[in-house]
Design a protein around this ligand. Structure first.
Ligand code: ZN
Length: 391
């Protein structure tokens, strides 16, 4: 079975719903799943519904009192008063919140198990990537941190080196915090600068706990407005060298689609085409440095019709080994479904018309006066020497 990709999917994940006023509309998951089907990708991968993460799994990352608080808020949403971050505007409580959050976590844990055991080489959970959840609190639309839980499960199964690469527009703060003092987990997050965006962390100087874990966190804080050429340049200027040095046994990636220029909650200017380019690069890096073992997760993304379904359908296709060309037209049946469900017009192609993305490689030099290059330099200077690499 090795070599085949798994897509983790249980229809019930669309119950992760903070209500009609909240930007994280679960229609983004439903529309992604149906676009995957419209391209026939569900026949190229094994579609697997893993079981909900149980208490002992949740406890690998989360504090017992927090899990108890989620259960209480889930049973009686009106009782959530803001403690543990539950019942806040970002993380309103809703009935069944514990069950569906644990179900999403279970998909990422199941993905990690399948890849570790060789049942699949790649596994995708686009419902996951809920990277802001902290061990003891909800944060930023995230209740349980499925990314941290997948990594913690890999450690429990005996993995000694896991790399986590997070390209969501927001800092992967919950995952960084989960493994801050653990040298077995290298976390790399590339995001909009904390000066201009939630969660206001992810400064280059955040490099892991002093001691053995120093240099196990890497942060690339990009200026607002960064577009395709800068975003892809920054990725290649930081990530491959670190993975070549760290040699992870598994690569876990988070593909929040909220870097997109249409995203309403952030200020980068990345196109679908650049997102696809970085997904392709992550896939290649998994093969170069992690023997192909790749767990790919979703994340943020609030342009729920125009961007998220196309971005994560590309991700699924790449994992399936059947990449969709950017120029491809989107099947009409899906466009009709989009209109019926959302009264919005769906995009026509799997591209924003910016393919191929061109960018200049870091090894060809940099400009110390350029803001993007300054961001890359800051990340390299802070973290690379701690890993024995030249800044
Ligand atoms: Zn995000």
């Amino acid at each position: 079975m090795s070599g085949r990709a798994q897509l983790m999917w249980d229809e019930a994940v669309t119950g992760y719903d903070f209500g009609p006023e909240h930007p994280m509309d679960p229609v983004r998951l439903a529309l992604t799943r149906s676009l995957v089907g419209a391209f026939g990708l569900d026949r190229e991968v094994e579609v697997v519904a893993a079981k909900r993460a149980g208490d002992s799994t949740l406890r690998l990352v989360h504090r017992e009192d927090y899990v108890d608080a989620v259960k209480a808020a889930s049973a009686d949403p009106a009782s959530a008063d803001g403690s543990y971050g539950l019942g806040t505007p970002d993380d309103p409580a809703f009935a069944g919140m514990h069950e569906v959050s644990a179900l999403i976590a279970g998909q990422s844990v199941g993905a990690a198990e399948a890849v570790w055991r060789g049942e699949a080489l790649h596994a995708v959970n686009f419902a996951g990537g809920l990277h802001h959840a902290m061990p003891g609190s909800a944060s930023g639309f995230c209740i349980y941190n499925d990314a941290s839980l997948a990594i913690a499960r890999l450690l429990e199964l005996g993995a000694e080196r896991i790399a986590y690469v997070d390209v969501d527009v927001h800092h992967g703060d919950g995952v960084q915090a989960s493994f801050w003092d653990d040298p077995r987990v290298l976390t790399i997050s590339m995001h909009e600068h904390p000066r201009t965006l939630f969660p206001q962390t992810g400064w280059p100087e955040e490099t892991g706990a002093a001691g053995a874990a120093e240099g196990s966190a890497v942060n690339v804080a990009l200026p607002a407005g960064t577009g395709d050429a800068g975003w892809v340049r920054a990725f290649h200027a930081v990530v491959p060298e670190l993975l070549a040095e760290f040699r992870p046994q598994v690569l876990v990636t988070q593909h929040g689609a909220d870097t997109h220029f249409e995203d309403p909650l952030a200020h980068l200017a990345v196109s679908l085409d650049a997102q696809r380019a970085v997904q392709v690069a992550c896939h290649e890096l998994a093969h170069s440095y992690a023997e192909g073992r790749w767990v790919a997760l979703g994340g943020g993304g609030y342009a729920v019709v125009d961007v998220v379904p196309r971005s994560w359908t590309h991700l699924t296709a790449i994992a399936a080994g059947r990449e969709i060309e950017p120029a491809e037209m989107i099947p009409e049946a899906w466009r009709q479904e989009v209109f019926a469900r959302t009264r919005q017009l769906a995009p026509a192609r799997m591209s924003d018309g910016r393919w191929p993305v061109s960018w200049a490689d870091w090894s060809e030099g940099y400009d110390p006066a350029d803001r993007l290059d300054q961001a890359v330099l800051a990340a390299r200077r802070a973290a690379f020497p701690l890993r024995g690499l030249l800044p």
